[in-house]
Design a protein around this ligand. Structure first.
Ligand code: BMP
Length: 206
């Protein structure tokens, strides 16, 4: 199994059948499948997707606890991603209690350039909160200096987007301290997702 989470974000005109097709080709080869709004707006078939592997619902939750709870009750995922900036009381505390055995990831820093001026200024505060509620953090493969710094202070799981389509090279985040790399378009839009994954992660040997 590759230390990879596949982001199943369909291109325009595609939906769940597209996702099931890719998931069936990658079943047993990857850690999990990540689904977000692009797929969920085509309907909620998360339960069926779980036949191919664990599912992370990347809803980037950022609301009061009561509203986030209403949302997560409707999605049968194994894990959820939320934003940290909403804080603890009345928000992430309630969400954590609701999720019980399910995993919760918080966003520490993002892969796009604009993250530097906003989210990145706060990851140290987010980390304190994350130790109270989270099982893992999202941190960028595109800025490994940030990722390395976060790894110094965070001993639990780190999942890292930005590989391929956003410019980071396969294995770059793993070498900087991530546990899993999140890969979307480079694999899902390729002719042969399983072969592409194998080629990309030949870096694990070197
Ligand atoms: P891609 O490899 O196609 O760029 O996909 C990356 C995935 O990770 C997308 O689903 C995106 O929404 C998500 N993501 C990201 O790219 N950067 C972040 O900082 C956080 C994310 O969840």
């Amino acid at each position: 199994m590759y230390p990879v989470i596949i982001a199943l974000d369909p291109p325009p005109g595609k939906g769940w059948e597209w996702a099931f097709d890719i998931a069936s080709k990658l079943k047993g080869k990857v850690k999990a499948f990540k689904v977000g709004w692009p797929l969920l707006l085509e309907g909620n078939r998360v339960e069926e997707l779980k036949e191919y592997g664990p599912v992370i619902a990347d809803l980037k939750l950022a609301d009061i606890g009561a509203t986030m709870i209403k949302v997560v009750k409707r999605v049968e995922a194994d894990a959820f991603i939320a934003h940290a900036f909403v804080g603890y009381e009345g928000a992430l505390k309630e969400l954590r209690e609701e999720l019980e055995g399910k995993k919760l990831y918080l966003v520490a820093s993002m892969s796009h350039p604009g993250s530097v001026h906003f989210i990145d200024k706060h990851w140290r505060e987010f980390l304190l909160l994350a130790y109270l509620v989270a099982d893992g953090l999202v941190a960028p493969a595109t800025r490994t200096s940030v990722l390395r710094e976060i790894r110094k202070y965070w001993s639990k799981e780190i999942i890292s987007p930005g590989i391929g389509a956003q410019g980071a090279r396969p294995c770059e985040a793993l070498r900087a301290g991530a546990d899993y790399e999140i890969v979307g378009r480079s694999v899902t839009l390729s002719e042969d997702p399983a072969k592409t994954l194998e080629e990309m992660y030949s870096c694990l040997k070197g």
